[in-house]
Ligand binder design. Structure first.
Ligand code: FMN
Length: 232
């Protein structure tokens, strides 16, 4: 299995360690791509819409996005780790998700996403793990990923070595359970319905731009082709 792990922070503390522990529980990993934010994407989306109108390789930050995109596309499993910052994802993680907004159903979803699995790991000192996980889950669902597992945990600490042993054991137990429950991705009816709703919008020519419409047409999705048919 090929894995991409993206950390919403540069430091190696609670969410980092939980993510690495999770990988250690997988027994068929053949390739790991690892990214730290903001180190590997030190920029915010500027809202220039070049990705939308000209293509994602026209993003002013494409030099940073290119290796991340390549890793995501080639991986079977995507792992996102983030601390809770003010009840939400870190700004660096949000910046990454914003850079991929053209991957949303509304625009130009990638067929390859339908066969991927993802896990979102979030560490907060006390509260906000749910809303933080939702920030990432919303994007991944809109990319077309059906199989998304989540693990939010209360660190009650600033550093990993301050997390008490009992708490660490509970986190690890949860992650072991998730690692063992990974199975062949199953494309949910919800994801299919979302796709069909967006297809309807494209057919009606309610596309956000011509490039979106042309893309759906080229994929054959306005006719009988469906992205998940490649993997079912
Ligand atoms: C800017 C900032 C905002 C934070 N906001 C929250 C918060 O809203 N809720 C919470 O429980 N912890 C909050 N924390 C604490 C961290 O989420 C917590 O220490 C977490 O375990 C850090 O994960 P990490 O070790 O992977 O960086 C905040 C920390 C920082 C630096």
């Amino acid at each position: 299995m090929k894995v991409t792990i993206i950390h919403g922070q540069n430091h190696k503390e609670s969410s980092y360690h939980a993510g690495r522990f999770f990988i250690e529980q997988l027994n068929d990993v053949e390739d790991i791509h690892e990214f730290f934010l903001p180190k590997d994407l030190p920029a915010f989306c500027m809202g220039c819409y070049r990705c939308m109108h000209e293509g994602e390789d026209h993003c002013p930050h494409y030099q940073y996005l290119k290796p991340i995109t390549k890793a995501i596309e080639s991986s079977d499993l995507l792992i996102f780790t983030t601390p809770v910052y003010c009840l939400h994802v870190s700004a660096s993680m949000k910046a990454l998700l914003d850079h991929y907004f053209t991957w949303w159903y509304t625009h130009r979803p990638k067929a390859i996403m339908y066969k991927k699995q993802a896990i979102i790991i979030s560490s907060g000192a006390g509260a906000g793990m749910k809303s933080t996980i939702k920030d990432i889950k919303t994007s991944l669902s809109h990319w077309g990923i059906s199989n998304i597992k989540t693990c939010g945990f209360r660190s009650q600490a600033i550093h990993w070595n301050e997390v008490n042993e009992k708490n660490k054991q509970n986190i690890q137990k949860k992650l072991i359970h998730i690692a063992h429950s990974l199975k062949q991705p199953h494309i949910t009816i919800k994801i299919k319905i979302m796709f069909m709703m967006m297809r309807f919008m494209q057919i009606k020519k309610w596309s956000a731009c011509q490039k979106d419409y042309d893309y759906w047409k080229e994929q054959g999705w306005l006719n009988h082709k469906r992205p998940w048919k490649l993997y079912e």
